[in-house]
Design a protein around this ligand. Structure first.
Ligand code: GLC
Length: 539
């Protein structure tokens, strides 16, 4: 069967994205914090791993209250990460290796140290007053019952102008008013600034929060445990989608660029909602994150249902993306539902992530099976960890330094790392796992290679042959060049599988069987947690 690249390899659809948390990736100047030069230093590792693009969590100038998600200048790089010159170099070096660079774009809020907010808060009649959401209180209380995503009132009183401002997150992160056209124009100029520089795309932070109800209606309900109201008037307002459509128009003026939105929902995620941000598939976001799979129990049937639901919601001209974890969540290896057989499950999950239809996003370290760090209180840096300790230790556990080798600090830094390196680094590190057949890294590398070679995997259609019955997922990826069958045994037991067709195939990759062997797909067995990819030769 002829195997060639499809006419056009669209990097954000067909490629694989690697999410870097820059503070924790590689420290080039030994100050304990990862930086841009560090990322440049590791580009060859990423190229060799086989990823097509990197997404960087924010590196703009910031007081770092929320570790960069509080921006004080969108056109500058924070000195802890380097300079604009370093960033330009990163772009150049990545592009030279045919890799793309995606920046995080925080549209919902700025830092309270941003000059816009300083001006806006200086006087009630300042021309930038309306760039943020200001309101007078009601009988000495906040304007309404809206709460922050971390719980508690979302209104902060500002004595200078005797009004409250609205903040979805920390009080140091005032929300912008996207109903104001001047703000929008100014913000879109920032987007142009980075696109003109050569940035390939944006991950849009909390894209579904950016516009709030104009009338400021009270939210219904109250969740005692979260100290939060139900976010009916503060999330997913139609005007957010309209604004994202305008952004897409702007991005589409440039060649080959994209945006992927974080669609922020509480567990268990919401595929329909996330997919609604794709619009027709051509006019809103290029990709949208749905986090449903992340919150599912380890169970083939539940995974099957969730995947089916997600795929069925994607508009005809749209494209899915898939993700196992990020900087806000648990390391995928430590999913609460993966209590036993974690390593085997992580490998099954890797097969799933890299063979499903859609753009895979790999969170740094996932490829070596990095695990949550257990941090005592004194090491906690995340403000929500500090606030909710000991009930919730925050997000630091998934942000520990990348584990490169067995040396001091796992080769991340020669200084004191900003967060401790996970104690398991002696066994879990790139250098040790790279050559180890059967390691997680071995399978990530193999999977990325196979994916790149087979257009049916990166660009093809998708169909379930078994959606989880008997603890096994079986699906077909196909186009006019090939048909590939993927089988995943979610259980610690042997399973007999029958794909229901009289097919034969060649094994492309398996956790247990030998590659390149012929296999009859009408009836075969899978060993516990076996994953298998087969190219059909007689479909
Ligand atoms: C997003 C980010 C998270 C941040 C929040 C506020 O959810 O992923 O890290 O704290 O937005 O910007």
């Amino acid at each position: 069967m002829k195997k060639s690249m499809p006419k056009k390899f669209i990097w954000w659809k067909h490629g694989v994205v690697y999410h870097i948390y820059p503070r924790s990736f590689y420290d080039s100047n030994d100050d304990g914090i990862g930086d841009i030069k560090g990322i440049i230093h590791k580009l060859d590792y990423l190229k060799d791993l086989g990823v097509d693009a990197i997404w960087l969590s924010p590196i703009y100038l910031s007081p770092q209250i929320d570790f960069g998600y509080d921006v004080s200048d969108y056109r500058q790089i924070d000195p802890i990460f380097g300079t604009l010159k370093d960033f330009r170099k990163l772009l150049e070096k990545a592009h030279k290796r045919n890799m793309r660079v995606i920046m995080d774009l925080i549209m919902n809020h700025t830092s309270d140290q941003h000059p816009w907010f300083i001006e806006s808060s200086s006087a009630s009649d300042h021309e930038k007053r309306d760039w943020y959401i200001w309101r007078s209180g009601k009988n000495g209380k906040p304007p309404n019952n809206w709460s922050t995503c971390f719980g508690g009132s979302a209104w902060e009183f500002h004595p200078v102008t005797n009004q409250y401002y609205y903040h979805s997150f920390f009080k140091e992160q005032p929300d912008l008013n996207w109903r104001n056209e001047h703000l929008r124009n100014e913000f879109f100029d920032i987007v142009k600034y980075w696109l003109d520089m050569g940035v390939d795309g944006f991950r849009l932070d909390v894209a579904n929060l950016i516009v709030k109800d104009k009338k400021l209606r009270d939210n219904p309900g109250f969740f005692q445990m979260l100290n939060q109201t139900q976010p009916v008037y503060t999330r997913n307002r139609p005007k957010s989608i309209k604004t994202l459509k305008l952004l897409r128009k702007l991005i589409d003026k440039y060649d080959n660029r994209m945006c992927v939105g974080e669609i922020y929902t509480l567990p268990p995620g919401d595929p329909k909602l996330a997919a609604s941000y794709l619009g027709s598939g051509k006019n809103t976001l290029n990709l949208a994150f749905d986090f449903s799979l992340i919150f599912k129990r380890w169970n083939a049937k539940l995974y099957g249902q969730t995947i089916k639901e997600w795929m069925s919601q994607i508009p005809a001209k749209g494209w899915p993306c898939n993700v196992l974890s990020n900087h806000d969540l648990f390391r995928s290896y430590n999913r609460p539902f993966w209590r036993l057989h974690k390593r085997q499950k992580a490998i099954v999950a890797a097969f799933l992530l890299l063979t499903l239809k859609g753009t895979p996003f790999i969170y740094y370290g996932e490829e070596i099976g990095m695990q949550n760090s257990r941090l005592p209180r004194r090491f906690i840096k995340d403000p929500i960890g500090k606030r909710f300790w000991p009930f919730y230790s925050g997000r630091d556990k998934a942000r520990s330094p990348m584990q490169w080798n067995k040396l001091r600090n796992s080769g991340f830094s020669r200084g004191e790392p900003w967060l401790p390196v996970n104690r398991n680094y002696y066994c879990v590190n790139v250098e040790s796992l790279k050559e180890k057949k059967g390691s997680i890294l071995y399978f990530y590398r193999q999977l990325l290679k196979i994916r790149r070679k087979n257009s049916a995997l990166y660009a093809g259609e998708w169909e379930f042959l078994n959606d989880g019955k008997n603890g096994v997922l079986v699906y077909k990826r196909f186009n006019n060049e090939a048909a590939i069958v993927v089988c995943l045994n979610f259980t610690p037991w042997n399973k007999t599988v029958n794909v229901g067709r009289d097919w034969e195939g060649i094994i492309l990759l398996s956790t247990h069987k030998v590659k390149k062997h012929l296999i009859a797909l009408d009836k075969f067995s899978l060993l516990p947690f076996e994953s298998l990819i087969v190219e059909v030769i007689n479909s």
